[in-house]
Design a protein around this ligand. Structure first.
Ligand code: GDD
Ligand code: MN
Length: 382
């Protein structure tokens, strides 16, 4: 570690580490090579207990560019908290955040920095899902599925903010730290980029990258991180999704009431149930149009097309939910209450995702985003 007066730098590479001893030397070697000729520093924010900090000190002592470390004895807020501390301590406003296991190729750093330097965007995420990017380094098929599904749900929850972001879950990005209000971030767990994108109105441009295999050591992703993520989503988004949920809940109550009224009036039970279901499907659609997706209507397809796609979806969804429930109860021996709860919860998420991404999808994506880029940054709050 160097001491005393530090030269100013143009780029700080912020690397959160938790037990990454075997990766430090290789990461510094590749990052320093990629940054040759630039004024750059590498800043590790380390929460390890396996001697990674000693290894960082050793590597720093003869590294070709300045290497600093913040070692946290009492880590708070995990990976996300570490990144925020890195932003605070960086010697430059331009920060590039990168994992410490070489799944993010350091050779991409200059491209990210140069894209930021063009000055028309505030944040440049590396994306695995844009032309030329790839996610082959994800451990197995189930991680792929989790990554894809969580990206889809996240897009559904923030359809406007994340419109230009194909990979909000990536941990590889460059940002001008003066454009984010560090005090408003509530980092918890792994998804700091998402936190930043949703809380600050930023102009975004992605660069593709190939998510590589880990160089050494083991992943720290865990079921607990998954729970953190769900909690983070819920905290970030109690707008659209909760409105949609509330309307769904009121619809369910209305459904029961209509069935009751009709059967009281001697309408046949099955007929009453069908009428009640269709009435609430239509009413729910109108309510969501008005209260939840109002800001997205203007750019979406016409009213009747929205109505038909929503109506067909809801009918298909009800038609398949019941047999799936029967299957869960009869084949898997689940109690009918649990099966109902699970199918309703999944159906809710699928329905919300469908409405947010399909029913209210913007009509002319390309023309629109091109027009948007001509305009200065503005709050596109959703
Ligand atoms: N300081 C600190 N504190 N660093 C941490 C902590 C922590 O509590 N937990 C994990 N890290 C560091 C790891 O040491 C590694 O450098 C980086 O954060 C990512 O952790 P991995 O264990 O490699 O997790 P991953 O490969 O599953 O997750 C990566 O890929 C995701 C996309 O699939 C991360 O980049 C995520 O941010 C990314 O979303
Ligand atoms: Mn990793």
């Amino acid at each position: 570690m160097r001491s005393g007066e530090q030269p100013a730098v143009d780029v700080t590479v912020v690397v959160p580490t938790f037990n990454e001893r075997g990766n430090v030397a290789e990461l510094v070697r590749r990052a320093a090579a990629a940054l040759a000729g630039r004024r750059a520093e590498i800043l590790f924010v380390d929460d390890s207990n396996d001697g990674t900090d000693d290894e960082i000190a050793r590597v720093a002592s003869d590294a070709p560019i300045p290497v600093r470390m913040i070692h946290r004895d009492r880590p708070t807020a995990g990976l996300g908290g570490a990144v925020v501390e890195g932003f605070r301590a960086a010697r430059s406003d331009v920060c590039v955040v990168m994992d410490g296991d070489l799944q993010h190729p350091p050779e991409k750093i200059p491209e990210i920095v140069d894209r930021l330097a063009e000055g028309d965007v505030d944040i440049v995420p590396g994306s695995r899902y844009v032309g030329g990017g790839s996610a082959t380094g994800l451990a197995d098929a189930s991680r792929h599925l989790v990554s894809r599904a969580s990206t889809l749900v996240t897009h559904a929850m923030f359809p406007v903010r994340l419109r230009q972001v194909t990979d909000p879950m990536t941990g590889f990005f460059g940002v001008d730290r003066t454009r984010i209000d560090l005090a408003t971030l509530k980092p918890r767990g792994f998804k700091i980029l998402l936190e930043i994108l949703v809380r600050s109105p930023l102009r975004v441009a992605e660069v593709p990258f190939e998510f590589a295999d880990r160089f050494a050591g083991a992943s720290k992703a865990s079921f607990r991180q998954g729970l953190h993520f769900i909690q983070q989503l819920a905290l970030l988004r109690f707008g659209k999704m909760s409105g949609f949920a509330l309307i769904g809940a009121l619809g369910a109550v209305a459904n029961v009431a209509i069935v009751w009224l009709l059967t009281e009036a001697h309408v046949e039970y099955i007929v009453a149930a069908v009428i009640a279901a269709e009435v609430t499907i239509v009413a729910n659609f109108l309510a969501a149009e008005h209260w939840v997706f109002r800001d997205m209507r203007e750019n979406a397809r016409g009213f009747w097309r929205r109505f038909v796609s929503s109506f067909v979806f809801n009918n298909v969804e009800s038609a398949i939910r019941i047999p799936i429930m029967v299957l869960l109860v009869e084949r898997l021996g689940m109690s009918s209450a649990v099966a109902t709860a699970i199918t309703l919860a999944v159906a809710f998420l699928v329905r919300f995702t469908f409405h947010s991404l399909v029913v209210y999808a913007p009509r002319k994506e390309r023309a629109r985003s091109a027009a948007e880029q001509d305009q200065p940054a503005r709050d596109r709050a959703v």
